[in-house]
Design a protein around this ligand. Structure first.
Ligand code: FE2
Ligand code: FE2
Length: 355
């Protein structure tokens, strides 16, 4: 360990060079669309077959979230593990189950689940066909802070596993220490009693002025206690587009159904179109203007929107104020891009299929 620092240049120069270099290097990590066929699936020590879409395990580093696909072969039960970050599951195919701290949740295509930080969890499949789900976690952000810890306990029974990290109950008093203990105890109590599962059958889609029909999947608005990671589903009408807007990355769209393309540009009229289809992950990066267009004149496109708005993005907005971090065109332009909403024919809502 080094205890004495000696540099010939000042703190100011070191920092200036380091900051310029960082963003220069980071630009190599910017992505557009990650295609299903480019995601290699590998058998893992957990018993699952997994493939990383984006994040450090895919050699596509990110700052806040990662994304991966997992398959549970018939008859397989995964190892049980826990970690210091939380994760969201969006189920894509088959019928599987997930146990969270010993409580079993059965799921099917279109269901979503929350795996809270430090909750022991494992997955199983008792059917005859493969079960598949996507996972989106806050691991990269926890790794940046130095708090990323993973513990795999193999096939240990839940009854023999240690509980989540203990914490002290709130105490009375108005001193800073009592206030801190009380606040953190209340916070953990709430964090540990959030919702864990939404069934596809419970979802209600509502039309928005942006030309889409949407529903929350996993969000604080629907009773979840996540680290800020959230999922919503957008359905784009046949041949229609969501209106253009921009906000900071990382915001992703997992294509559940349909074919289309996304415009990604540094200006509303300067950018490129990137085609996508079922199973792809659209990456909206670094404050680009973007618009998602459904190229199918007969069928809707369904995408799951994933981002870390409720913690990191809100923090950035607070720190950057008065910089505007979410920009939409004026209403009359937005409405023109969304088109006449009354003429969209929305189909009956059905569970997604795979492949
Ligand atoms: Fe996990
Ligand atoms: Fe967006």
């Amino acid at each position: 360990m080094t205890n004495v620092t000696r540099t010939s240049t000042s703190h100011y120069e070191v920092q200036k060079k380091r900051r310029a270099q960082f963003i220069e290097d980071w630009r190599n990590n910017q992505r557009t669309v990650i295609k299903l066929e480019d995601v290699e699936m590998h058998p893992t020590a957990r018993g699952l077959v997994s493939g990383a879409y984006i994040g450090p395990d895919a050699d596509k580093p990110t700052r806040t979230m990662d994304g991966a696909a997992h398959e549970i072969p018939p008859g397989i039960t995964s190892s049980v593990h826990r970690h210091s970050w939380d994760a969201m599951m969006f189920c894509v195919a088959g019928s599987g189950w997930t146990e969270v701290d010993g409580t079993r949740i059965n799921w099917g295509p279109g269901d979503c689940l929350h795996l809270p930080a430090w909750a022991w969890h494992r997955h199983g499949n008792e059917s005859e066909s493969i079960a598949r789900y996507m996972s989106f976690s806050s691991e990269p952000f926890m790794e940046i802070l130095g708090f990323a810890i993973l513990e795999d306990a193999g096939d240990t029974a839940f009854s023999e596993l240690p509980p989540r990290p203990p914490y002290s109950d709130g105490i009375s008093g108005n001193d800073p220490y009592a206030r801190r203990i009380r606040r953190l105890a209340a916070e953990q109590g709430a964090r540990r009693s959030g919702r864990l599962h939404t069934s596809w059958d419970e979802l209600e889609f509502l039309q928005t002025p942006r030309g889409t029909r949407t529903t929350f999947l996993l969000d604080r608005a629907t009773g979840y206690q996540a680290s800020g990671i959230t999922m919503a589903m957008f359905e784009i009408g046949p041949g229609r587009a969501q209106s253009m807007h921009r906000h900071p990355g990382e915001a992703w769209l997992y294509v559940v159904e349909g074919t289309g393309h996304s415009f990604l540009g540094t200006e509303p009229d300067q950018g490129e179109n990137h085609p996508w289809k079922k199973g792809d992950l659209i990456i909206v990066d670094h404050f680009l203007w973007h618009q998602h267009i459904n190229d199918d004149p007969d069928n809707t496109a369904k995408v799951v929107r994933i981002h870390m708005f409720d913690s990191v993005l809100e923090t950035m907005r607070a720190l950057c104020d008065p910089l505007v971090l979410f920009e939409e065109p004026p209403d009359h332009i937005r409405n023109a891009q969304a088109g006449d909403l009354s003429t969209i024919v929305w189909p009956e809502v059905r569970r997604p299929t795979w492949p």
